[in-house]
Design a protein around this ligand. Structure first.
Ligand code: HEC
Length: 163
């Protein structure tokens, strides 16, 4: 420890202080930054830090092996069946059209379900949907939703047993 080079550190005591300062000052700055970021998260409910930094396009990958949520009849109807049954395209009995459905309802759930599973006239099998996307159970719920819109009194199919 000499004064020759004009060092800031002139005594062992100063050396210790410098070592501590160079260690703790950045640490305190980091801690303050963390508190600052967390405050931002809690502070404004409308725009959280998470929302600000999340990527623009969020991909929602489905885990094919995991259990997935069953779609309701309405969801399946809107996704698949409405293409024809909302407008009556290709001669499809329209949603909510009691006169178009009255004769068909006599077939009961099983009869209608068979038509949907196998296809009938201009309607492709399963309404054109893929069994990997829409299970028999979900298809059944759509049949009930559609039939009951037009005076049917079909009961919801029972859910398949959990695997
Ligand atoms: C490509 C158009 C199209 C799509 C998509 C479609 N349908 Fe149909 N559907 C028809 C047509 C056309 C008929 C009338 C068939 C006939 O009687 O010749 C029909 C008839 C039916 C019937 C009556 C069957 C019978 O035996 O009288 C049911 C029930 C039905 N559709 C349910 C569905 C459901 C549920 C979906 C969706 C999962 C669906 N359809 C999707 C065109 C379609």
């Amino acid at each position: 420890m000499s004064n020759e080079h004009g060092n800031l550190i002139k005594s062992p005591k100063q050396l210790i202080i410098m070592v501590f300062a160079s260690f703790f000052v950045p640490l305190i700055i980091i801690l303050l930054l963390m508190i600052f970021v967390n405050n931002g998260k809690r502070g404004d409910a409308s725009t959280t830090t998470e929302q600000l930094i999340k990527p623009v396009g969020q991909l929602n990958f489905k885990d094919a092996s995991g259990p997935r949520e069953m779609q309701t009849g309405e969801q399946v109807y809107k996704a698949v069946c409405a293409a024809c049954h909302a407008t009556g395209a290709a001669g499809a009995p329209k949603f909510g059209d009691t006169s178009a459905w009255s004769a068909r309802l006599g077939k009961g759930y099983d009869g209608l379900m068979t038509s949907v599973l196998k296809g009938k006239g201009a309607m492709p099998a399963r309404g054109g949907s893929n069994p990997a996307d829409i299970s028999d159970y979900e298809l059944g719920r759509a049949v009930v939703y559609l039939a009951n819109s037009a005076g049917g009194k079909l009961a919801e199919p029972s859910a398949p047993a959990a695997k």
